[in-house]
Design a protein around this ligand. Structure first.
Ligand code: ARG
Length: 476
């Protein structure tokens, strides 16, 4: 047991208590951020004359050597330390002697852990964004390739009106685009530095918090020391954004599972992204899509967990907050894995264009267009709706599509129909007449694809380095 706070105690912590309290098994994940934060802290302490330049150099060299050794595996992070902060400090003292004991001047583990978690999360917000951007590129390519791949659009999982595959995938493009915007919003709100808040009430040392914030790439320091050590809003926001990403992935997976079923056969998932059955030789299962759908629950669970943990915590730091880490790390890793796998699955999936088109033809998806035809010939929409309803009933009776009815059959139900009804209800016409922006017609779709291309070229990694627009957002 290696603890930073033994002085006041007259006996050793019970082993079970020690184990229950310790966080090193999971907070070792941010050893790099812990060291990075400490380097910035001592750099500021020296600038303020609180440490000498020599002391700063010794500490920085020691911290850098710890980082190198952890990264190349010569220094192992072990369970004998309570947390990553104790591990780094103890190793520093072992390496450079008493000067190492000055590292923690003007700092508490409360602002230290608040900083580490923020630095870690900030990188992960960007990493998730990079993956989402890759997925958007895959989706845009599929859209470009499929502006004339006709398929049924559904409501209530019933065939409704014809659309194109480009249009259907385009809906998901918009969802994941909004997800990126959410990440960028979160980044802008969270990018303030809590270091210098001390345990809760700041410190009596003349710290330069603006300087530390700048060294660490923050917009500035946080403005209330009690809030600084007890704010986990950014994690809640991030987990909410991750949950929304999973919800989008899960909906898409659900559709792919349906499309991949024996009944639909709209798609074939690549062998590399499918699995077999141990007993049924004919099976090729969409396990990856199912797992992504399933893991959504786990990410929602993390969001619920942290919301619940935070709801009853009085100001300022309380140990409950240590519970923010494992579930957040797990959610981040889960979402990153899911986006990457989904991207690969989508990029390699085969779309059976003829099956999709046949399905659109055979599901009366052009019934609205038949009604519109009548409206264009002077029939009131409500009457047209009823006439086409009767046409559909007739077709169901005979087991044919609207396109297969003879003109005599049409005219026996309404004399308004002429030879041009066939052209008016062809799949191509139904889609191509939908030319307003956002609709599936080719011209409208091409315009959207061009716009999305520009969006992807411009927003490389989101506006990460941009200053917040209204100066310090804390002030707003
Ligand atoms: N492991 C702790 C956490 O994750 C670090 C902060 C400890 N602070 C304290 N006052 N015990 O929250």
């Amino acid at each position: 047991m290696a603890q930073l706070w033994g002085g006041r105690f007259t006996k050793e912590t019970d082993q079970l208590v020690y184990n229950f309290n310790a966080s090193i098994s999971f907070d070792q994940k941010f050893y790099k951020q812990d060291i990075e934060g400490s380097i910035a802290h001592v750099t500021m302490l020296a600038k303020q004359g609180i440490l000498t330049e020599q002391e700063r150099d010794d500490i920085v060299d020691g911290l850098k050597s710890i980082l190198t050794d952890v990264e190349n595996g010569t220094l192992k992070i072990t369970g004998e330390y309570e947390d990553i902060h104790s591990f780094v400090e103890a190793n520093l003292i072992r390496r450079i002697g008493d000067t190492g004991k000055k590292l923690h001047t003007g700092r508490s583990r409360n602002d230290q852990v608040a900083l580490d978690m923020r630095l870690y999360t900030r990188e992960e917000v960007q990493a998730v964004d990079v993956l989402l951007k890759g997925l958007l590129q895959t989706l845009l390519k599929l859209m470009e390739e499929n502006i004339d791949t006709y398929m049924p659009g559904f409501t209530h999982l019933q065939k409704a009106q014809p659309v194109t595959l480009a249009h259907h995938i385009g809906a998901y493009f918009e969802m994941f685009k909004r997800d990126r915007q959410r990440l960028s919003d979160i980044y802008r709100r969270m990018n303030y530095c809590p270091l210098g808040a001390g345990a809760l009430a700041g410190t009596t040392y003349p710290l330069d918090r603006e300087y530390t914030a700048k060294l660490l790439g923050f917009y500035g320091p946080t403005l209330n020391s009690m809030d600084s050590v007890s704010d986990r809003d950014y994690l809640i926001e991030f987990l909410a954004a991750l949950s929304t990403i999973m919800m989008h992935l899960s909906r898409f997976c659900e559709e792919i599972i349906i499309w991949n079923s024996n009944e639909y056969r709209f798609v074939e998932i690549d062998d590399g992204y499918s699995t077999g059955s141990s007993i049924m030789p004919q099976k090729k299962n969409p396990d990856i899509a199912e797992l992504v759908r399933g893991k959504t629950g786990r990410v929602y669970g993390a969001l619920m967990s942290i919301l619940t943990t935070m709801k009853g915590i009085p100001l300022a730091y309380n140990k409950d907050m240590q519970e923010d880490k494992e579930l957040t790390f797990d959610a981040i890793d889960t979402v990153k894995g899911c986006i990457a796998l989904f991207d690969g699955m989508a990029a390699t999936m085969k779309f059976r264009k003829e099956v999709m088109e046949d399905s659109a033809k055979n599901g009366f998806t052009n019934a609205t267009d038949a009604a519109d035809y009548l409206v264009n010939h002077g029939v009131a929409f409500r009457d047209a709706h009823s006439i086409v309803g009767r046409l559909v009933l007739h077709c169901i009776d005979k087991g044919i599509a609207l396109d297969d009815m003879s003109l005599e059959e049409y005219r026996s139900i309404s004399p308004v129909f002429e030879e041009d009804i066939y052209e008016a209800i062809s799949l191509r016409t139904c889609v191509e007449k939908r030319t307003t922006i956002g609709a599936p017609g080719q011209e409208a779709m091409k315009q959207v694809i061009d716009e999305e291309k520009k969006y992807l070229e411009a927003a490389i990694f989101g506006p990460w380095s941009a200053e917040p627009q209204n100066g310090r957002e804390n002030d707003a």
